[in-house]
Write a protein that binds this ligand. Sequence first.
Ligand code: NAD
Length: 360
Amino acid sequence: MSLVFDHVTLGQRVLFGSGKAAENVAAEVARLGASRVMVISSEFEMPMAREVAADLEVALWHDEVVMHVPVDVAERARAAAAGAGIDLIVSVGGGSTTGLAKAVALTTGVPIVAVPTTYAGSEATNVWGLTEGARKTTGVDDRVLPATVVYDAALTLSLPVEMSVASGLNGLAHCVDSLWGPRADPINAAMAAEGIRALAAGLPAIAADPQGLEGREQALYGAYLAAVSFASAGSGMHHKICHVLGGTFNLPHAQTHATVLPYVLAFNAPSAPEAAARIAAAFGTTDALEGLQALRDRLDAPRALADYGFTEDGIAEAVQVALPAIPANNPRPVTAAGLTALLRAALVGDDPKILTDELD
Ligand code: NAD
């Protein structure tokens, strides 16, 4: 990688501490001088939100959260925020909840204090996403970057192991894709490598001891690094494919990322030897794909898109929508045939190594 680059570091405060969310959120709301706080949290996440907001005066509680942020859901949240005259949003939940807070911030400019409860990483990016008519639109706007992220690993203890694994592999996908994203640079790569190391250490620890904080802290730390490197590098091939699978076919976000990642890695690695070497080193292996697959085996990770509702019939449309979105700088040229082969293999959970072979 050449040492000529243009890197932007996003300005955000990060407060990390298990069991400290309520205290840290209250301190941040005071520091930011807010008086009309809106708490966004899904119905399911709301008990966590009530704990986190225990020391706050809350002007508005909002619990209509839907994955991939449908436009009408965003509009209702924006109207509620405007009606209550809110001047700060505290979001407590997974990427869907953070995503709704971002949709409100996008049109109102109201700052967000984000308290993530999964490893999706949306809290550390300036990327927003909205879905309308089975098409997911994403955009970049610094107004949606939370002013503060409050990480509290204790809030993730309730995340079932299966969901923790899928969500953590979503974080891992941010790391891997940022090594060849359109704005990949050495700073992103350093953070991505440390993110892979932390997630590869944290996720097996969670599987072995789901109620232990150590693995959860490592995973959350890794998820943050993953998101920061991804926000800087931009969406690479992996994210372009997964956005189509999520937006057009409504597949679950984390599981889709977890399933597709080894296929994109197998596809790109031979054409991206430097990235592959970094990934391998971060896993402590000699081969990137072997490192990822060994971790996935240990974790009993999601294997086939068919298990999440994708079918053979969707492949042609997915290829048609995803292909033009894949960055031109992808290490290996992507053709319709190549992408079709990748999705076919991911659909049924074939060995990703078949993608390392030459495709036209
Ligand atoms: P999610 O937010 O939909 O959460 C998945 C499920 O886990 C939900 O049912 C939720 O209620 C539950 N949950 C959340 N925290 C929990 C906890 N601590 N214990 C038990 N259950 C819990 O899914 P996600 O994978 O976190 O986020 C996916 C969304 O985030 C997608 O829409 C994706 O596009 C978006 N995302 C955006 C960015 C970005 O930079 N803009 C980055 C990553 C993800």
